[in-house]
Design a protein around this ligand. Sequence first.
Ligand SMILES: *Cc1c(COP(=O)(O)O)cnc(C)c1O
Length: 445
Amino acid sequence: MLFCSTVYKNTAGDKTPAVPFKEAILQCLPEEGGLFIPKSVPDLRHLLLHMGEETSYPELVAAVSPLLFEGDLNPSSASRMAEGAFTFEPELLRLDRNFSVLTLYGGPTGVFKDFGITFLAALLEELLKNDTAMVVSASRGKTGVSIAKAFQNRRNIVTTLLYPDENIYGLDRESYVPEGGNVIPIRVKGTLDDCQRLIGELIRDRSFSERYKVTSANAINPGRLLPQAFYFLYSFIRLKKHITGELLFSIPSGNLGNLIAGLYAWKFGMPVNGYIAAMNINNPSGDFIKSGNFEDLKSSPIVPTVSSALDISRPANYERLVSFYKESPAVMKNMVYTETVDDARTLGTMERVWKKYRLHLDPHGAVAFAAAEKMAAERNFDGHIVILATVHPAKYAEETRKATGQRLELPDRLASLNRPAEPVAEIKPALEGLESAIASCFYTP
Ligand SMILES: *Cc1c(COP(=O)(O)O)cnc(C)c1O
């Protein structure tokens, strides 16, 4: 049989030999630094032209993923995987002639991250067959739960979650490894950056990472990032019959995962005129995007805002964005716009959208909505902009009440995620402590 796997190369250049997709998602970080990106991408124009707007999300995922992960995923396992993984779907709400909102909060933890993480979990289980793996991830409480939910009960996969020195929520003791489950939550006395650094060190400690087959479910994993392109394609097939002019997406941008995924959807042949990278006042990459003049991005101190998931000092996907600009600077200049939205405008937008459309937007969605409105007004725009709503508004009930006077109740599935939970170990931010904390979970006296 001809084995023609989609290969993945390193953003850091040609130092790393290209590897097949399966290896890219299992290795996650190239040994030489940088991040994995696809070396070539499938052309989906034909597929997008023929798919009707009644296509369900699992159907779309089943059709596209074998092309994207060619050689590693055949159509029948893709279809089984997609049906099993996506019991929730994105929803495209057409508000009027110019604006739609794509809600991405129907998943188990009410955040768009459920989409990429759930796909990665299902894909890893599929690819591993009888091998084992350990998925290591650093996050604040929210993404940690999303990862724990997506990986819970997956065959042959253990999930190690690193939390910076703050509270942990929503995990059940029965799901911990020492209790017979597959999750290892560890509190690290340090910052999120310390946790990220530890993961890099852990993956690069080959003797440890080969023994436990360590990979990561953070946004850096291409197996989590690329599937986020699916909901851009999904929006397009739902809109294509209804719009005539330009099509833009407005994305609340923090680590730039959604922006990169959108750019991949465009590379796959989806007709789109541009992306708005909507940011709050913490926008270290905003200037870079404006000028197209990429330098080494300094991480800057964070100012807390109401759109807290966008409070990022150095975007994890920065190298991937730079690699797009290196490839075609002139094209990118006309493809990505950036806009900064402060808290007052964010809350004002939540109020306006509620009054005008009877729709609650969370603060992140509101940042993207405000950026879209500004862009439309400035350019006398008569096309269509899809705004990504990235988290369930009831998770920001306090901000919603402040902005709109409305009280939102959390759906039951999300309310249970607020229960405090304990870690299995608490460590200093050092590799040695992390490795022994993990090892001791498997030790039975
Ligand atoms: C993570 C997150 C973002 C940022 O997404 P990136 O893909 O990292 O840019 C936006 N909104 C919410 C609610 C998030 O949790």
